[in-house]
Design a protein around this ligand. Structure first.
Ligand code: HT7
Ligand code: ZN
Length: 843
């Protein structure tokens, strides 16, 4: 398949004024009748072509006259009038055979669609590109009791329903759902007094898992009014939970479709982390109504326009309704764990890519999370008031349009008066910038010198300096802040910033709040790190100092066979006991860097990471923590038990996180005694899973696992946890055999993406297991990716990223991983999605 280039964009040759669709639903032979009013685009004359894939064309007419289109590789073409005309077509599709879960498919007897990015072309012939926007009228004919589509309900009768979506939208936002579904209903009145009927539609038996999602939806609607001045614009807002889904959720206009795992929650079946994730995904999809739906993307290269902004908005929401510092730390952990890894390897690409073979492969951490960071930097650079004015202008100027990053930045230029030419590099330059900082002290003047550089990435070398906002504060050696946070703006390869009038040489706190997505290189003496951990007024850098101490101690264990650093353990002790600190924050400080973090740290230091040694160092450090901090951990564990009925609120979740962090450590030295008690007493899934994980990490979970399976065998989302926990936390020597055994389990319904991801996503995060020196882990993963690719290319392609870091390892492992990748690449009928990914990874 040939790449598509941003530079080759041309506007559509025909606009669409109105779409009418009729669906005669049938599991294997659904008929789709379309009636589309086209109008030639005088600015871009060209042939009349429509996208289409896996469709059987029954008949087509133009202005009522039968036509015989020429079928092409990706659709059809047909002579058409040079004036407005009506195209009508009837096609047949087979939803039951659709296991790729794009277009119209079936999941547990229910019909459901997924059209982003290019799934609508699997439903009917249409200009399936985001810059073609039109109002849709949809009629659904089926005996199923619930028939849903976008927009407002228009009419309904026995065996049919009609929906009218007045807001022009691209085809990727189309949705249809039909099934035997049950509604959890509520309502919301918008700021201007307009009532909106809300419903979450679920399978029978799931009705008791909707209340939290509904509350999150109402909170999101209120927040978008209060913070961004954005009201909802239809009479209804429907959410549907579906079990078979390739991602988290989809923002179809007025009819969001959610992976069950991203909306259903009860205290018994979902953990605190699940609740928080559900809240943020509901917010994210809801916020898309303005940033994505009302204003959409001109083409798929502009994906970050809607995704970066919407992630930024959902992050702001979570900061507001939970804890700002904790959310920032969580987001940075995610960013470094996924995006920095992507940016530093063969899959690196700019926030706005310039070419792709398969757009589904570009729904990445770079587009989403670095895209959000870029907006955060813009916000920081222009300030709150200007950001708010820019967003107002963006909504005013571009409502109803399909836009580009140029449109977005122009709004900021117009409002702020700034020239954003250099800032725009963030959208086109791949790779994480490195910022090296040194300092000097002379005659009462303290100078920070910054040097920035961006490493080479596939297809990009010799990169120019970027605009990098660096938030800095200064402390004295007693830990008192002597210069509060100031944002320094780097624009050159090397730059000095002087601070005068200081009595003594200060201790700098640099990149406060993680003010830019960069790798900061600085040599900080351990005593300064301890000072910052104890006293920095910036909570992010306080956590960061603890993190740096942990990393340093672990690297010393790995490279110099050092013992766990007692000074680090002492610093933790003081923090654990500091009840003025949010328990959720203390839980984060207690968490050690992951196996992935240490792999990357060793690789960056020019060493070859050994997954088993990393696993053992982490275990040894945890054991040392359990031994040296036993009294403090026990006190923390006891003091942060949450009595009474479970509530999924941040305050309680933070206490549970700290108690369960302590539990995981204490389990290292008590043979699982505490965890076993907690497991049998657990009254909610957070406590149950925390105990089970602690036991699994010391290889003592077999009885509890058996019990858990029999308790939860009928709850598919909980069973995913049972699979995921074993594949991700099995001890290195047992991991491959465990995963093989899991794939042979009768409940391993591998065509379901959640189940497949639970097993193989979990396995790929278990680095010491996946990278078993035999290569059996790689071979097992490759076998299953090859098998899944025949059914579901999108999920397969995403999971090939497990091999993305192959060049970081020793020669033997590299050879084994390369073999596995080449074996995938050589499959004769490999999907375009997976082919593109393995080719890029191998390059
Ligand atoms: N805009 C959506 C992205 C998406 C997707 C969702 C479900 C299945 C396939 C998908 N492909 C792309 C989700 C979001 O970012 O909100
Ligand atoms: Zn999104």
């Amino acid at each position: 398949a040939q790449p598509i280039y941003l530079a080759d964009y041309t506007p559509p040759a025909f606009w669409v004024d109105r779409v009418e669709l009729t669906f005669r639903l049938h599991p294997t032979a659904t008929r789709v009748l379309s009636r589309v009013a086209f109008r030639p685009n005088p600015d871009a004359p060209g042939p009349f072509t429509l996208h289409g894939q896996d469709l059987t064309l029954i008949r087509a007419t133009i202005d009522g006259n039968e036509v015989t289109p020429t079928l092409t590789d990706d659709g059809l073409t047909c002579p058409a009038p040079d004036a407005p005309f009506v195209w009508e077509a009837e096609v047949e599709i087979n939803p039951e055979a659709n296991k790729a879960l794009e277009g119209l498919y079936m999941s547990n007897g229910m019909y459901c669609t997924q059209c982003e990015a290019e799934g609508f072309r699997k439903i009917t012939y249409y200009p399936d590109r985001p810059d073609v926007m039109a109002p849709f009228i949809v009629r659904i004919e089926s005996d199923l009791p619930v028939l849903l589509s976008n927009g407002n309900p228009a009419a309904a009768g026995e065996g049919w329903a009609e929906w009218d979506d007045p807001w022009p939208k691209p085809a990727y936002l189309f949705a249809l759902v039909a099934g035997d579904l049950h509604a959890h209903r509520d309502s919301f009145t918008t700021a201007s007094g307009k009532p909106v009927d809300l419903a979450i539609w679920v399978r029978d038996g799931d009705q008791d898992k909707c209340a939290f999602g509904m509350a999150a939806l109402k909170a999101s609607m209120a927040w978008d009014e209060r913070v961004y001045g954005r009201e909802y614009d239809l009479d209804v807002f429907n959410i549907v939970a579906v079990d078979d889904f390739n991602a988290g959720a989809m923002e179809n206009k007025g009819l969001n479709v959610f992976n069950s795992a991203a909306v259903l929650a009860s205290p018994e079946t979902a953990t605190d982390a699940n609740f928080e994730r559900i809240e943020s995904i509901i917010a994210h999809e809801y916020f898309h109504n303005w940033t994505g739906n009302r204003i959409t993307c001109r083409d798929w290269f502009q994906l970050c326009l809607k995704e970066g902004l919407t992630v930024y908005r959902d992050q702001q929401f979570t900061k507001d309704v939970r804890s700002e510092p904790v959310k920032r730390i969580d987001d940075v952990l995610m960013l470094r764990g996924a995006q920095f890894r992507e940016d530093g390897g063969p899959l690196a690409h700019p926030v706005r890519p310039e070419s792709f073979v398969e757009i589904n492969n570009f729904y990445t951490a770079t587009v989403y999370d670095k895209g959000a960071e870029v907006i955060g930097m813009l916000h920081r650079l222009v300030g709150d008031a200007t950001y708010a004015r820019a967003l107002d202008l963006y909504f005013d100027r571009h409502d109803g349009q399909a836009c580009t990053i140029e449109d977005w930045l122009k709004v900021f230029e117009d409002v702020s008066g700034r020239d954003l030419t250099q800032f725009k590099l963030w959208y086109s330059i791949a790779g994480t910038p490195h910022v090296k900082v040194t300092d000097t002290w002379a005659d009462g003047s303290y100078t920070l010198t910054f040097q920035q550089s961006v490493p080479d990435t596939p297809g990009q070398t010799d990169k120019p300096p970027m605009v990098i906002p660096i938030a800095v504060g200064l402390l004295d050696t007693d830990g008192t802040e002597v210069v509060p946070t100031r944002v320094l703006e780097l624009t050159e390869a090397r730059q000095n910033f002087a601070f005068d009038g200081l009595a003594t040489r200060p201790v700098p706190s640099i990149l406060r709040g993680f003010s830019a997505p960069v790798i900061l290189e600085q040599t900080v003496p351990a005593e300064h790190k301890r000072l910052l951990l104890a006293h920095d007024t910036d909570p992010f850098n306080r956590w960061e100092a603890g993190r740096a101490l942990a990393r340093q101690a672990l690297l010393a264990m790995l490279t110099d066979r050092a013992a766990p650093d007692p000074a680090y353990l002492e610093a933790l002790q003081a923090l654990l006991a500091d009840d003025s600190l949010d328990p959720a924050f203390r839980a984060l400080v207690l968490r050690l860097p992951s196996q992935q973090d240490l792999t990357q740290a060793l690789f960056d230091a020019g060493q070859v990471p050994d997954p088993l040694a990393i696993h053992d160092a982490l275990t040894a450090m945890e054991t040392a923590m359990a031994t040296h901090l036993q009294a403090d951990l026990t006190a923390s564990f006891d003091a942060h038990q949450v009595p009474g009925p479970y509530r999924p609120v941040a305050a309680d979740a933070g206490k549970r996180a700290l108690a369960n962090g302590a539990l995981a450590l204490l389990t290292r030295t008590d043979a699982g005694a505490r965890a076993k008690v907690q497991y049998s007493d657990a009254a909610n899934m957070t406590q149950q899973m925390a105990a089970l994980s602690a036991l699994q990490r010391i290889g003592a979970a077999s009885d509890a696992l058996e019990h858990f399976h029999s308790q939860w065998q009928h709850e598919r989302l909980v069973l995913d946890k049972w699979f995921g926990l074993q594949s991700s936390l099995s001890l290195p020597a047992e991991a491959v055999a465990t995963v093989r055994r899991l794939t042979e389990h009768p409940d391993f319904t591998w065509e379901n993406p959640n189940r497949f991801r639970a097993v193989f996503g979990g396995f790929s995060s278990n680095l010491a297991g996946f990278h078993d020196p035999s290569g059996d882990g790689y071979a097992l993963m490759a076998d299953w990716l090859i098998r899944l690719d025949r059914l579901n290319p999108m999920t397969t392609a995403r999971m090939t990223t497990a091999f993305g870091t192959w060049k970081q390892y020793d020669a033997d492992r590299q050879a084994l991983m390369r073999d596995a990748l080449e074996r995938i690449a050589l499959v004769p009928v490999l999907s375009r999605d997976t082919k593109e990914m393995v080719t890029r990874i191998l390059a």
